[in-house]
Design a protein around this ligand. Structure first.
Ligand code: ZN
Ligand code: MN
Length: 491
């Protein structure tokens, strides 16, 4: 029997607000000493009153709009009750049946095919504290609570079970993260836990609409982990079905080192959260005027920017796609185009040239050094890249040398012209200096010279190579070819 895979994702994203969701503590806790960003509200003391963070509400509405959701006119917060050591109040303030956004969509692309994945809802809640586990040398392990994270605004984005493969799930996450980064509402950093994903995955016989058993997978800390966990799970469920085993509805955890999922709890232990309206917070009426104000603040989103890169700069769609995936890369690209140096490049080729260098050499350097575009831009400024491209286009250095200079700019922070000067890297473009090298090469290679004279034109390529080698790549190849031809025809 053939089965198809059904996947739906739930994403939690921390919002980039200055303060927490319901108190004035700083939400920027990541590098703070444990339990320093706390107050009676986020510690969950009795008798305190929460106050709604307006910025967090705006960010959530922004996201819901960018995901084509309908924005609720009337919404409210609810208490989600469950006991856990990292949940300070014994309940989480969340939203139950009246979320901010409902019924949206996200367009993904897999193998050149566009697909719309449904968005069920976008709601707002608060993050919990963090348990830090320690193993002590006497074999006894223990856990400490860091409350800094408690109360950080957390946006939950629930997707419809519209995804049919682990690759579609990965593309969905990449696209969603890109939108959050463009909006500036979240860092989207999965490794740091500010962007977390739980996945519901099940299989069903092709053509049937009956799922075998819904399995929720947790503990995935990277896009790669999500992909691998879903691959593993789809395979495990198919194998169990083929062997006639009964699949159970359960929650499973992904073990990264072992590359497999293990059962954490089955349906019998499913939580009953006893949701009820949060009595300490007023319901929110979201006026259409407010929504219009937020719409006006929406920045250009990845797809629109990609299409603009194609129409405005004449870039191939492929390049435009790569450049606009991350907002910071697209920003760097456009910063390069704003430099004075850029204006000296040929008008029809300049943008493509910048794109080639960013997607080629710059990407290679970022990979080799394991850094992102933000760190890269602190080492190589758009002005420096522009200057290098101008020197290359004016034949001061050939492309091979320019790549070397690019690496040196990254290493030393010096400007390209300075490096070229210091290391005497400029191309040999004066014919007298070249003629000397050419003379030596001709004298040292009588056979190829004779071959060329008998009509074997490939010999010329060999001789050009020899001159380039003798000048350690500094000669202008066009000039070398011209001069060589002249010499060979003379003598
Ligand atoms: Zn607080
Ligand atoms: Mn949640």
């Amino acid at each position: 029997m053939n089965y198809e895979t059904i996947i739906g994702l739930e994403v939690h994203a921390q919002l980039l607000t200055k303060s927490k969701m319901f108190c004035r503590c700083s939400a920027d806790y990541a590098n703070a000493p444990p339990n320093t960003h706390v107050c009676p509200v986020c510690l969950g003391m009795p008798g305190v009153l929460p106050v709604i963070n307006r910025q967090a509400v705006e960010y959530t509405i922004m996201t819901a709009l960018a995901l084509n959701c309908t924005i609720a006119e009337y919404t409210r917060f609810d208490r989600k009750n469950y006991p856990y050591p990292d949940l300070m109040k014994g309940y989480q303030i969340s939203q139950y049946n009246l979320p901010f956004g409902l019924g949206g969509s996200l367009t993904i692309e897999v193998d050149g095919q566009k697909k719309q994945a449904g968005i069920t809802r976008v709601h707002l809640e608060e993050d919990v504290a963090k348990l830090v586990h320690y193993d002590s040398p006497d074999g006894k392990s223990y856990s400490l609570v860091d409350v800094n994270r408690s109360g950080v605004p957390l946006m939950e984005i629930v997707g419809e079970p519209d995804l049919r493969s682990p690759e579609e799930a990965r593309q969905y996450l990449i696209k969603l993260r890109s939108i959050l980064q463009y909006l500036g509402v979240s860092t989207g950093n999965m490794e740091e836990g500010s962007f977390r994903c739980d996945a519901n995955i099940s299989i069903r016989p092709e053509g049937s609409d009956k799922l075998l058993a819904k399995v929720e997978v947790k503990n995935m800390n990277s896009f790669k982990a999500v992909y691998l966990a879903l691959e593993y799970e789809a395979e495990r469920q198919r194998k169990a079905a083929a062997e006639g085993k009964r699949l159970v509805q359960e929650t499973r955890g992904w073990l990264d080192e072992k590359g497999k999922t293990v059962s954490q709890r089955s349906k019998e232990y499913a939580h009953d959260y006893r949701y009820f309206p949060e009595p300490d917070l007023p319901p929110l009426v979201i006026t259409r005027e407010w929504v219009e104000e937020i719409v006006a603040k929406l920045p250009e989103l990845p797809e629109a920017r990609r299409d603009r890169f194609v129409s405005q700069y004449g870039l191939p769609l492929y390049d435009a796609n790569l450049l606009t995936g991350l907002r910071a890369v697209a920003d760097y690209f456009e910063d390069c185009l704003k430099t004075d140096a850029f204006k000296q490049l040929p008008a029809d080729k300049g943008a493509k040239e910048v794109a080639n260098w960013l997607l080629g050499e710059a990407s290679r350097i970022m990979n080799d050094n394991n850094i992102d575009i933000v760190a890269f831009s602190k080492r190589v400024s758009p002005e420096q890249l522009g200057e290098l491209l101008v020197l290359n286009s004016q034949d001061v250095v050939n492309t091979a040398t320019a790549k070397y200079v690019f690496g040196e700019v990254f290493k030393t922070g010096k400007n390209p012209a300075e490096i070229i000067d210091d290391k005497r890297l400029s191309q040999i473009s004066d014919t007298r200096a070249l003629d000397e090298e050419i003379g030596k090469v001709l004298a040292a290679n009588p056979q190829p010279v004779a071959d060329y004279k008998r009509g074997k034109t490939q010999s010329l390529t060999f001789l050009v190579g020899q001159v380039m080698r003798a000048t350690r790549g500094r000669a202008n190849p066009k000039l070398v070819t011209e001069q060589l031809k002249k010499k060979l025809e003379e003598g």
